[in-house]
Design a protein around this ligand. Structure first.
Ligand code: G3P
Ligand code: MG
Length: 256
């Protein structure tokens, strides 16, 4: 991909699946709570219903976060929208629904928030998922700031090819030896990695290469401070209220 890689402007704290410590993950309620706690951005997971509609849910099955059962990709949008996606978390969230991508974009837009939209094929075709996401993003008249990310290299490549103006993070559980070559090949704008995979040395390698370092999932204030001291750009947390209270601004990175 020869198109220039877009720069990202991601806040230092991003709410993982919304404020998922306080509200049911990947719901409009969790996004609203994140905003109320001062988070500027949320991370959320998008996948496809059986009729190819973009919906927000983390797992590939319905059991954990809804009152439904079975694989997400075998239910159509109408059935998914009938499910309760809040009661599993707390009675006060009974009635919360699985959001569509367009509901989410509109909500975040009017809250003046942004999104790290994680493309999560988890069983569906990554190219088809990307096509549907792209169609929705292009059609949206209420588009918030977006940073795409995915563990799926096919999805990253697809998004880079068809929406090159949109920044895209490459998600990793561990750092491969030749990560920089693959990062450049993909044309990614950030590296999103499980913080447990990082050492001060590997973090410095990423930061010194000029690559924005986004870490997930950190709910501990001291660990977040340590990652910032290693040069992390952002941390993704279930508990934005706690982290923002303790770390209201991105700290100066000691190793930069
Ligand atoms: O995007 C960071 C993080 O959400 C990736 O893992 O499983 O929580 O989607 P997961
Ligand atoms: Mg995610």
């Amino acid at each position: 991909n020869k198109r220039p890689t877009p720069v990202i402007d991601i806040p230092h704290i991003v709410a993982h699946r919304g404020a998922s410590i306080e509200a049911p993950e990947n719901t409009i309620a969790a996004f609203r709570v994140a905003g109320a706690r001062g988070a500027k951005w949320v991370e959320c997971d998008v996948t496809l219903s059986s009729d190819d509609k973009c919906v927000l849910i983390h797992d590939d099955t319905l059991a954990r976060t809804t009152n439904g059962t079975g694989p997400i990709h075998q239910s159509d949008l109408a059935s998914l929208r009938n499910l309760d996606a809040g009661g599993w978390f707390s009675d006060i969230y009974i009635g919360e629904r699985i959001p569509t991508l367009s509901d989410t974009l509109e909500t975040l837009y009017f809250m003046e928030m942004g999104a790290n939209l994680e493309i999560k094929p988890s069983g569906c075709d990554p190219v088809r998922l990307c096509q549907e996401v792209i169609a929705e993003l292009k059609a949206s008249r209420t588009l918030p700031s977006i940073l795409i990310s995915s563990f799926d290299d096919v999805a990253v490549a697809e998004m880079r090819q068809h929406m090159p103006e949109l920044p895209c993070g490459w998600l990793l559980e561990t750092l491969p030896k030749d990560w920089k070559a693959e990062y450049d090949r993909l044309g990614a704008s950030a590296l999103h990695i499980d913080h447990k995979a990082l050492t001060p040395v590997s973090a410095a390698e990423i930061v010194d290469a000029g690559v924005p370092l986004v870490c997930y999932t950190i709910n501990d204030v001291e660990r977040a401070k340590e990652l910032f001291s290693w040069g992390a750009t952002s941390v993704i947390t279930d508990d934005p209220a706690k982290l923002l209270m303790a770390i209201p601004r991105r700290p100066f990175a000691a190793n930069r």
